[in-house]
Ligand binder design. Structure first.
Ligand code: DGJ
Length: 753
């Protein structure tokens, strides 16, 4: 049966995912589109019955008076006082929208992603404004992608768009709602935070021109605060946008939550010129009946199956706008075909290739990068089994510290007398890929680029240009600047044997001026900066399909679906202290998959926190994601390097399970002394359990940890000791834990017999 159906009689649209349904209906006069249901599966008959009840005149009277008419996309106009999805001004001074449904189409894409898209068109009754509401479902996921497309079909006047969100959501009536979100700062990203929503409005946002460290464009709501890790209803959303964004959660007097998300409207009216359209970013939404753990697993599977590198491989999704260029045939070949049992049992999913074990020199050398020093580190890294060697900041002319040279992307001849070629060749001889750090959106005032083009930075006339880390932001919204960034990186990738780029961004936007646009629409800098960033990334991916990209922004400052659809992995945080990482990683795992989570093992004491932790503990925590090493290997003892080599070899064994498997968060250091994660590999045969003590095990330490997702009737063998245990024992009694000391950790591998 087709996953999106329309019932003419009731005017109901019913979207079915693997285990959920989403329904809405046009009113009899076609003037409104009203939300009906989002949650467990319902049939068309039930959805039609719900539609009739909400379309009854008395029902509308009651809900509109209370300000909670659950519209699918709320046009500002009439008696509406809640957060609008869309607010526009027309040239004759009319503000407010009155529209009507004028058609819909359902498109089936039988390609390897198995997706179906509904486009519902609404047209203003008097002005040339057309809005397409777009919905996409996948054959193997509970995620629904939603976005909207605005068009000015007139020929004379622009339409001023004051607010345009991607989508509107309505939670069902409940006694109360709890919100979970991820907040933090530099070095403390992704801290899980919960609050019960009180009457009023709660806004999560970034006005920084980028995703930010301070909050992630992701949320999860659960009714009455009753969801646990593995049980209960969770309604979640994730916005595919790397510029300023906002998520608004309004609690209505009737006990519903109205959630909407999209571009931040702060300082950002947009002129929609005649004959043009604006495609808004995707808001991906997910209902799970299996608690926060079930929601996370569904997010991970969706990203592995449809976001990470896949969007690029299939030529892009219109729902991640600004993608251009041809498909990535090389990636298609490298992708692995794996059977993923949940959701959509037995379905074959094409998953992204496994990530290589990486070495990065930043914490070892800082800016003191030299050919000899990097070569030595590369040799030591290769001995440990590292597969990708990355030279970080400091390799280009004039870059002695963070005061100069950003913008001058030429190899420093004093550090690399014969260019990068000898180092790259040595790295490849050692059997590793070669990676390079760049920060292309930035410029130091002390650089040739700034001296030549001071007007290329964001700035206002007669106002200071605020420096952060001694740098200014290039106005990427300008096509000439974006063109220069593309050409510079294209040349770098063409002239050097580079397999991997770490794309950094070490400050947020300020003084977002664009003097040349004065009198037009300078505020569109907020939108066009990110659109051009995406265009540059998409262009580079098309031109260099073999080059992988890591999104970094002073750690985890730019992690969102928009970046994940254009990169292979993200740098999680500049804080590499393994104890701090436990909390950061638990937050990260709510929304993003382990495969994308770059986690380095660094020195002890940690350069940032000065904390000392055992090497095995540092490894075990990092092995819960995509493993990297970032310590000063030249300072590690022979014993440490040998232990590290063995742990890298162990990681390679568990890598398919960690990177492609299903994650169960068995225990959280937010709630007790023990943290533990389990990964169940594709097909359910391989199991990896990583357990660690949290910051200070003051409370009693459990002697066992119960596993999840196992076949109780099956027998599991410990890959190291050979001991055999039944699935029932592991599920109900649990796996034995070591006695807890400070910084205790354990990694167990099991295989189902
Ligand atoms: C911030 C990044 O997060 C670090 O890993 C490192 O690349 C520095 N920038 C280099 O300046």
């Amino acid at each position: 049966m087709t996953p999106i159906r329309y019932d003419e009689a009731s005017r109901v649209f019913l979207l079915d995912t693997v285990s959920t349904s989403y329904a809405f209906a046009a009113t009899g006069d076609g003037r409104q589109v009203r939300h009906i249901h989002w949650g467990p599966r319902v049939d068309l008959e039930s959805a039609a019955a719900m539609a009739l009840s909400t379309d009854a005149p008395h029902a509308v009277e009651r809900i509109t008076w209370g300000g909670e008419d659950p519209l699918e996309y709320t046009p500002w106009g009439g008696q509406r006082y809640d957060e609008p999805s869309l607010k526009v001004d027309f040239a004759d001074g009319t503000r407010g929208i009155e529209w009507q449904v004028t058609g819909h189409r359902i498109e089936r894409d039988e390609g390897d992603e198995g997706r179906t898209t509904l486009v519902l068109t609404l047209e203003d009754l008097a002005y040339p404004l057309t809005v397409d509401l777009c919905y996409r479902v996948f054959d193997d996921s509970d995620v629904i992608e939603r976005w909207a497309r605005l068009s000015n079909s007139g020929s004379d006047d622009p339409i001023v768009v004051r607010q345009a969100l991607s989508a509107n959501l309505w939670m069902p009536i409940e006694r109360s709602w709890r919100l979970r979100y991820l907040q933090g700062g530099w070095g403390s990203e992704d801290q899980i935070t919960e609050t019960v929503l009180r009457p009023g409005r709660f806004v999560l946002e970034s006005r920084r021109g980028t995703t930010s460290h301070e909050a992630s464009p992701w949320f999860a709501l659960d009714p009455c605060g009753e969801a646990t890790e593995e049980h209960g209803a969770v309604y979640s959303g994730s916005l595919a946008w790397s510029g300023s964004w906002k998520i608004v959660l309004e609690t209505t007097p009737g006990g519903r939550v109205h959630a909407c998300a999209g571009l931040n409207d702060f300082d950002a009216p947009l002129l929609l010129a005649p004959g043009t359209e604006l495609v808004l970013p995707v808001l991906a939404v997910l209902y799970s009946g299996a608690g926060h753990g079930g929601a996370s697993r569904a997010w991970h599977a969706y990203q592995l199956g449809h976001v990470l590198s896949h969007a690029a491989r299939t030529g892009g999704s219109p729902s991640f706008p600004a993608r251009s260029g041809p498909a990535r045939p090389e990636h298609a070949r490298r992708a692995s075909l794996v059977t993923r049992p949940e959701p959509g049992a037995g379905e074959e999913a094409v998953l992204p290739p496994l990530r290589p074990v990486l070495y990065n020199s930043w914490e070892a050398t800082g800016f003191s990068v030299t050919e000899a020093g990097q070569t030595r580190l590369a040799e030591l890294a290769a001995e440990m089994g590292v597969e990708l060697f990355v030279v970080d900041d400091g390799w280009f002319t004039g870059r002695r510290d963070d005061h100069a040279a950003l913008g001058d992307w030429v190899v420093d001849p004093t550090k690399f007398p014969n260019g990068l070629a000898p180092l790259a060749a040595r790295v490849k001889d050692l059997g590793m890929g070669f990676g390079l750090w760049v920060e292309p959106e930035m410029v130091n005032p002390d650089s040739d680029l700034y001296r030549a083009h001071p007007d290329w930075t964001l700035h206002f006339a007669n106002r200071s240009r605020t420096e952060r880390r001694n740098q200014l932001v290039l106005n990427l919204a300008r096509d000439d600047v974006a063109g220069w960034v593309f050409a510079t990186l294209d040349r770098l990738l063409t002239e050097h044997e580079i397999d991997f780029v770490k794309w950094d961004m070490n400050r947020h936007l300020s003084e977002p001026g664009w003097p040349a646009e004065t009198g037009h629409n300078p505020e569109r800098v907020w939108l066009d900066y990110t659109r051009n960033l995406y265009a540059v990334l998409d262009g580079l991916r098309a031109a260099h399909p073999d080059v992988d990209i890591e999104s970094c922004s002073g750690g985890g400052g730019r992690i969102d679906l928009g970046m994940l659809s254009r990169t292979e992995q993200v740098w999680t945080s500049d804080n590499t202290d393994a104890l701090d990482r436990i909390a950061i990683q638990e937050g990260f795992s709510q929304a993003w998959p382990a495969q994308a989570m770059m986690a380095w093992v660094t020195d002890s004491p940690n350069p940032l926190t000065r904390r000392r932790l055992p090497l095995s503990f540092r490894f075990h925590v990092a092995m819960a994601g995509s493993l990297g090493i970032g310590g000063d290997l030249a300072e590690w003892s022979h014993e440490e390097r040998t232990e590290a080599r063995d742990l890298v070899a162990l990681y390679k064994k568990i890598r398919p399970t960690v990177q492609h498997g299903r994650l169960y968060r068995l225990a959280s250091t937010r709630q007790g002394p023990l943290g533990a994660v389990e990964y169940l590999g594709p097909g359910g045969y391989d199991v990896v359990v990583i357990a660690f003590s949290g910051p200070r095990p003051l409370r009693p330490w459990p002697s066992r940890i119960r596993l999840a997702g196992l076949d109780e009737a099956a027998t599991y063998r410990d890959c190291d000791s050979g001991a055999e245990t039944s699935g029932a024992v592991l599920t109900h009694l649990g796996l034995e834990l070591p006695t807890a000391l400070d910084a205790t950790s354990m990694l167990v591998r099991l295989e189902r017999l």
